[in-house]
Design a protein around this ligand. Structure first.
Ligand SMILES: O=c1ccn([C@H]2C[C@H](O)[C@@H](COP(=O)(O)OP(=O)(O)OP(=O)(O)O)O2)c(=O)[nH]1
Length: 155
């Protein structure tokens, strides 16, 4: 069952009323980075290499950024703490899609605490203003989870 926003709003430290949707929470842009260099993904994570992130926008100090078509990494400004019996799934806002851009997102694990990062695919040139609401995350109850999140993407 998807949690209503009256439950999932409790998974965040600070939220504005505008972010609280019906069954999800809108997430704001924190920073935007370009990618530089080659990543490496393997089976064991022993040889995992993330490309360099070059920050080009920070909602704390910049008003807006005009993005050309390409791939960027967006770090969201909202910290979530997912209970151990829930998982989160983030989607692009429909408004973003209607502008010719989208997000690529993965599973948010039970027990994850932090500010997620998503890939932003800009297809049509796009202006992003500070703290723009860009994604919506929904939470679903899990049954018999195998522990809680213990990976490297904390904070
Ligand atoms: O699009 C997403 C989806 C999830 N997360 C956060 C929450 C999630 O719990 C965590 C780890 O995601 P995942 O389990 O996919 O990471 P991994 O690639 O398997 O690496 P690790 O096992 O080291 O965590 O990253 C993101 O930042 N972006």
């Amino acid at each position: 069952m998807i949690m209503g926003a009256n439950i999932s709003k409790e998974f965040f430290e600070e939220l504005d009323e505008k972010q609280i949707q019906q069954c999800g929470i809108d997430l704001k842009v924190g920073s935007i980075s370009k990618l530089k260099g080659t990543g490496c993904i393997d089976y064991s994570n022993k040889d995992r290499i993330l490309p360099e992130y070059i920050k080009i926008f920070d909602s704390e100090k910049d008003e807006y950024i005009d993005l050309e078509p390409g791939i960027y990494i967006v770090k969201v400004a909202d910290k979530m703490s997912i209970p151990e019996n829930m998982a989160g799934f983030a989607y692009p806002r429909s408004t973003l899609i209607r502008m010719g851009a989208t997000l690529y997102t993965a599973v948010h694990d039970p027990g994850y605490v932090g500010f997620p990062a998503y890939a932003l695919h800009v297809i049509n040139p796009l202006r992003i203003k500070k703290y723009a609401r860009i994604a919506q995350v929904v939470f679903i109850a899990t049954k018999d989870s195998n522990g809680t999140y213990e990976g490297i993407y904390k904070e």
